[in-house]
Design a protein around this ligand. Structure first.
Ligand code: SF4
Length: 460
């Protein structure tokens, strides 16, 4: 129990525990299965998934990474599981329905290979002796031998090597024992092993799977002065070169006193982590590149706007687009239009010409999208994409954050005046274009001209 308390708490800083991609049905004579849709059902207070038994094999570490609470020089109580202890815990917890899988990481106990050997033995007991079929995610220790990476890939669903810091300079400053090559070599080995495994399985249907849920990595954000642009460029490189399933970002939690770390033990805002995930999503599913989202002159993501809105505001010349004729790739660039709603628009406009009223039903978030599109030539926003007031209308306010389940409800405040985009009544203006009234008089003439132009040019 004491080891579990120590090693469970020590593992909480690793955010990369999501299980997307694992899919193995239960089989007769085996215990457990891995669900395709992910097995992470519960979330910690800070929003991170904790449904797996998330634990370290050992928190005794030979390395001295300045940002880590388990570093060799830290004054913390140490513990190490034996493979028998840990595998026994997993099985007992699984049988009691506490967990559905295992997320196993470790400090560098004696050496990278010794640590990997302990983890592999644990997995062998689980998979071979207990015939455990549940999801297992294992962290590969930087510097581990390829044979051990190979062995762990054949036992785990997902493997990952943490890149930890976004640049070579930061790594040599804060984690001098983790040379970049020790991190990239296992990543490269895993990618090549996956390719060979696919080839094997084409010829031999029963060839064992190698890391079927792919590989991922994690980066600590805010421990060093590296910008969001550097982080996103590195992430894109990792997706392309090593076919990463995910790159996770973890806002630095102050645990070290190294002079290169943020002063005063300041906590990096979780909002920065959130914006990076949004930008990462845009790169993976919306074909944005890091250099479209940010630039050398402006290398940090805007904390008040989601990255897609920020990009759209910087490119008013590309909007408004007409939903009935714009290509799918252009629809994807409209704030408020997601992959699903863009697909639905493309399917629905084959049947009929879409109106603004139809878009909400197709899943478009009109609160943002109406400033960037027309339907049948009709523009529904109260200001054009180039308006200097639009930024304020789209900005996310601090009180837009996620509500806590346990916080008391806020007291009722005084009645608010109507929001700029939702006036109480202005029928004369509203009737002008069939949309809400215009509040920026300087935009009125341009907007009217744009509506006439689009009505003529764009109605199918
Ligand atoms: S190797 Fe891992 S556990 Fe050890 S100090 Fe570095 S980050 Fe911490």
């Amino acid at each position: 129990m004491k080891k579990l308390t120590l090693l469970g708490a020590a593992a909480k800083f690793d955010a990369s525990c999501a299980s997307s991609g694992g899919g193995r049905a239960g089989r007769k004579g085996q215990l457990g299965n891995a669900h395709m849709a992910g097995i992470c059902h519960t979330w910690a207070a800070d929003g991170r998934c904790v449904s797996l038994l998330k634990v370290l094999m050992s928190n005794a570490c030979q390395f001295d990474c300045a940002y880590c609470q388990n570093r060799r020089s830290a004054d913390v109580e140490r513990a190490t599981f034996t493979p028998e202890e840990l595998s026994g815990l997993v099985i007992e917890f699984y049988r009691r329905n506490y967990i559905e899988g295992l997320f196993l990481s470790s400090g560098v106990y004696r050496s990278p290979d010794d640590t990997m050997a302990l983890m592999i033995r644990t997995l062998e007991i689980l998979r071979r002796e207990h015939r455990f079929g549940g999801y297992i995610h294992v962290k590969v220790i930087p510097g581990a031998s390829p044979e051990l990476v190979d062995a762990v890939g054949l036992l785990a669903d997902r493997v990952s090597v943490n890149i930890e810091l976004p640049s070579r300079t930061s790594l040599s400053l804060l984690a001098p024992q983790k040379a970049p090559e020790k991190i990239f070599s296992p990543m490269d080995y895993i990618r090549r092993a996956q390719t060979m495994n696919l080839e094997d399985r084409r010829h031999f249907a029963h060839a064992p799977l190698f890391a079927p849920a792919g590989q991922s990595t994690q980066m600590i954000v805010g421990a060093t002065p590296d910008t969001d642009l550097t982080i996103l460029r590195l992430s894109q490189g990792l997706y392309r070169k090593y076919r990463m399933k995910r790159v996770y970002f973890s806002a630095y939690i102050p645990v070290g006193t190294h002079p290169a770390l943020p002063p005063g033990g300041s906590q990096v805002p979780l909002l920065r982590e959130h914006r990076l995930y949004q930008a990462d999503w845009l790169m993976r599913f919306y074909d944005f590149t890091p250099d479209e989202l940010l630039s050398e002159a402006d290398p940090l993501l805007d904390s008040t706007l989601d990255p897609k809105c920020a990009w759209a505001l910087r490119h008013p010349e590309q909007f408004p687009i007409e939903v009935n004729s714009a290509p799918y790739e252009t629809l994807l660039r409209v704030p408020g239009v997601g992959v699903v709603s863009a697909r639905r628009i493309v399917a629905a406009r084959r049947q009929s010409v879409l109106r603004l009223e139809d878009l909400r039903r197709l899943g478009v978030v009109m609160k943002r999208a109406r400033y960037f599109l027309t339907a049948r030539g009709v523009f529904g926003g109260s200001m054009l994409p180039g308006s200097p007031f639009l930024r304020e209308a789209l900005a996310e306010r601090a009180d837009d954050g996620q509500l806590s389940l346990f916080a008391p409800p806020p007291p009722p405040g005084p009645a608010l005046p109507p929001a700029p985009d939702k006036p109480a009544a202005a029928p004369a203006q509203a009737a002008h274009a069939g949309g809400p009234p215009i509040h920026d008089p300087s935009q009125h003439a341009a907007l009217t001209a744009a509506r006439r132009l689009s009505a003529h040019d764009l109605v199918v």
